[in-house]
Design a binder for this molecule. Structure first.
Ligand code: GLU
Length: 615
């Protein structure tokens, strides 16, 4: 990792990190913080926690989940590329070096600000045209178990990431598309060192080896994953990227790569899917109206712009922050670097109300109308005032969905389902463009299907399992439909929350942030916004704060980060509290000033391998 941070600031940020993490063993920036490595308590595997220094740059910055990818993004900016150019290059490299999380076989959301206008580019996967609401039901009409649904062709959505990036590049690219593929092609050919996190996840995965292409690429002949540092070459991915360099997204929607994808999905031995060449050919990325609303924090009005449905991210974050701001002491400061039980209680109750609305209302807007005709009804001040009154000093027995704008819903709420495996990129260029992009193949290693067009070449790319973000049950027990049920051509509801923050008065861009983490993305991103914009922490210190999450049931606290008396106080208020690994992968850039000059402050999550590279 190249350290381009400015000395005194680095020292301050490190100090804050050490204070929050209670102990700082080993050299900062590279050392392990002992006692923090978490067991794999969630299906989304944790890996070691590595303290990050926090970064500051004067000109431009790229925050990504892997150092090689971030450095490639920076090299594109240095060549005169725009933020979107860098995002294209970063995504192609992530396909290679962080294959568990995102790639050309998946989907993504991109928020972009060009200094004037905010845009939301939707590259979310779609259900094949042959899919129907019974996709994840067995012969007796019961929902499949999650692992059974994930592995194989059934869960694969029509990929959208490359088509979406090409759309954004047509509007905001400065360098030729083909140039942006070069670093990933070279790395695929020459090899990249297997990272500790990739190794850990490969060792823990039990399904990837069932795919002969993935088994031969990721594992040695004795069945063990390649060791950390092994130079892994992916000549098949290099060949596919070459075709994308020349043909753009068409290389994935027709021709031999498209055919290989369709074959892989349809010919899976025990869990085939229905995707066709037509589905690939007909896929369209979309430009959507960004979802923006005002949040008052630290006595100023901020404008939060996030991804609208099919993501639930912006609405749910907006509701949580809006509800908290309406509770007495909703903005109480940290004590000894941690939120106390009173704040945690109010946060939990606000989250339970937000997740109840999410479960009832949010789905693909091309299929499901917004309550009261507009999604912002869920964020209307009068509605939030009314919802905030449900938050009392003790845990409310039930947190029901509300009636935004007087809407009477005919939907049944969607039950909780696991979601995991994603990456976040934040980039600011020297031209005044800033972006936030969250990108995913859903679970770690997606559907565990690796596409290969030529058996003589090792490797390929992984296909997503994004369709498991749909409700497995199309209706409730009484036959009332769930808004987020499977329908042909529909995009599954997401939690991805790429977020851009502005000063509402001046219009100045203040921040770009986001995270992986399934439904918990909402909490991880909300924490970072609260930490920076409400509590005045640096992006790094905010990311380092312990994670807190709930989807309506138990309150989850990141393990070993809160004192016992906090847990006991929450239990006394009626909460069921579980400590667990909450593996966020936050990345954030925030505008700051140093001696009157604007700077970019950057943070990357100590729970994963990201860095911020910049000048
Ligand atoms: N598939 C999830 C979503 O779109 C993201 C999964 C994750 O972040 O781990 O919300």
């Amino acid at each position: 990792m190249k350290d381009r941070t400015l000395g005194p600031i680095r020292f301050l940020l490190v100090g804050a990190l050490c204070a929050i993490m209670a102990s700082c063993a080993g050299p900062v920036g590279h050392g392990r913080v002992t006692g923090q490595a978490a067991p794999p308590a969630q299906p989304e595997q944790a890996s070691a926690i590595t303290a990050k220094p926090g970064w500051m740059f004067l000109r431009q910055a790229v925050a990504a989940a892997n150092p090689l990818a971030a450095e490639v993004g920076l090299s594109v900016l240095r060549d005169g590329g725009s933020a979107v150019d860098a995002a294209v290059a970063v995504q192609m490299v992530l396909t290679l070096v962080e294959p568990q999380s995102s790639g050309i076989g998946g989907g993504a959301f991109l928020m972009h600000h060009d200094g004037q206008r905010v845009q939301a580019f939707d590259g979310r996967e779609t259900a094949p045209s042959a899919a129907n609401e019974r996709l994840f039901l067995d012969d007796t009409g019961k929902p499949l178990s999650f692992p059974k649904a994930v592995v194989g062709g059934l869960s694969v959505g029509v990929p959208g990431t490359v088509a979406m990036l090409a759309m954004a590049h047509r509007q905001h690219g400065k360098l030729p598309w083909s140039r942006l593929l070069v670093p990933a092609i070279q790395l695929s050919e020459h090899g990249f060192p297997v990272s500790p996190r990739l190794h850990t996840l490969l060792a823990a995965d039990t399904s990837l080896k069932a795919d002969p292409v993935a088994a031969a690429y990721f594992y040695r002949t004795d069945g063990r994953p390649h060791p950390v540092g092994h130079m892994l070459k992916n000549p098949e991915l290099a060949a596919v990227l070459r075709q994308i360099a020349v043909q753009g997204p068409a290389a994935l929607s027709r021709g031999p790569v498209a055919q290989a994808m369709v074959d892989k999905v349809r010919q899976h031995p025990d869990n085939p899917g229905d995707m066709t060449l037509d589905d690939l050919e007909l896929y369209q990325p979309r430009e959507r109206e960004p979802l923006c609303h005002v949040w008052r924090a630290s006595q100023r009005d901020l404008r939060l712009c996030g991804f609208p449905p099919p993501s639930s991210g912006a609405i749910s974050i907006g509701q949580i922050l809006g509800l908290l701001a309406r509770t007495p002491q909703g903005d109480s400061p940290l004590t000894n670097g941690l939120p106390g039980p009173g704040w945690l209680h109010r946060y939990t109750e606000a989250s339970r109300l937000a997740f109840a609305d999410r479960a009832l209302y949010i789905a693909d807007p091309d299929f499901v109308p917004a309550p009261a005709g507009r999604w912002t009804s869920l964020l209307a001040p009068a509605y939030l005032d009314q919802r905030a009154r449900l938050i009392t000093p003790t845990r409310m027995p039930q947190a029901p969905a509300g009636q935004p704008g007087g809407a009477v819903s005919s939907w049944a709420p969607m039950s909780d389902q696991p979601e995991y495996g994603t990456s976040h990129i934040s980039i600011a260029d020297a031209f005044g463009n800033t972006l936030a992009m969250t990108t995913t193949i859903e679970s770690g290693f997606g559907s565990r299907l690796m596409v290969n067009t030529n058996a003589g070449r090792s490797g390929g790319f992984l296909l997503n399992n994004e369709l498991t973000d749909f409700s497995f049950s199309p209706t409730d027990a009484l036959g009332k439909p769930v808004a987020n049920r499977v329908e042909p051509g529909k995009r599954p509801r997401s939690s991805m929350s790429p977020t851009l923050v502005f000063d509402d008065t001046s219009g100045e861009l203040l921040m770009s942030a986001g995270s992986p983490g399934g439904a918990f993305i909402i909490h991880f991103t909300a924490k970072t916004l609260l930490g920076t914009l409400q509590w005045g922490l640096s992006p790094q210190a905010a990311i380092d704060l312990p994670n807190v999450a709930t989807t309506g049931g138990p309150l989850l606290l990141e393990e070993k980060r809160f004192p016992t008396d906090t847990l006991q106080a929450l239990q006394a208020l009626g909460h069921t509290v579980n400590e667990t690994a909450l593996t966020s992968g936050l990345q954030a850039l925030q505008r700051g000033t140093l001696n009157g000059r604007p700077v970019w402050l950057g943070g990357a999550d100590p729970r994963r391998e990201g860095i911020v590279a910049g000048d």
